[in-house]
Design a protein around this ligand. Structure first.
Ligand code: SF4
Ligand code: SF4
Length: 77
């Protein structure tokens, strides 16, 4: 089973809650502002993400989601 981690730059207010709670230090603030003037979080070490969903749960703006990816129809159940 594979997962994908998605950050919605325009919803993020750069509060850094997710940065603080990530057990793998995957996240940091970007140095490019979004259209609201906030610096959204980005995955600087995506290869370290364990898809624990802690960041999604903590984000007050629902800016992060983790989706399950169906890779192969033979694996669907
Ligand atoms: S899913 Fe878990 S490991 Fe991945 S960025 Fe979020 S808190 Fe960190
Ligand atoms: S917790 Fe949400 S709003 Fe705060 S920095 Fe992380 S993604 Fe952005």
């Amino acid at each position: 089973m594979a997962y994908e981690h998605i950050i919605d730059d325009e919803r993020c207010k750069g509060c850094e809650l997710c940065v603080t709670v990530c057990p793998k230090k995957v996240l940091e603030l970007s140095d490019e502002a979004n259209t609201m003037g906030y610096f959204p979080v980005k995955q600087v070490r995506p290869e370290d993400c364990v898809f624990c969903t802690t960041c999604c749960i903590m984000c007050p703006d629902v800016a992060i989601t983790v989706n399950k990816i169906v890779e192969d129809t033979a694996e669907q159940k």
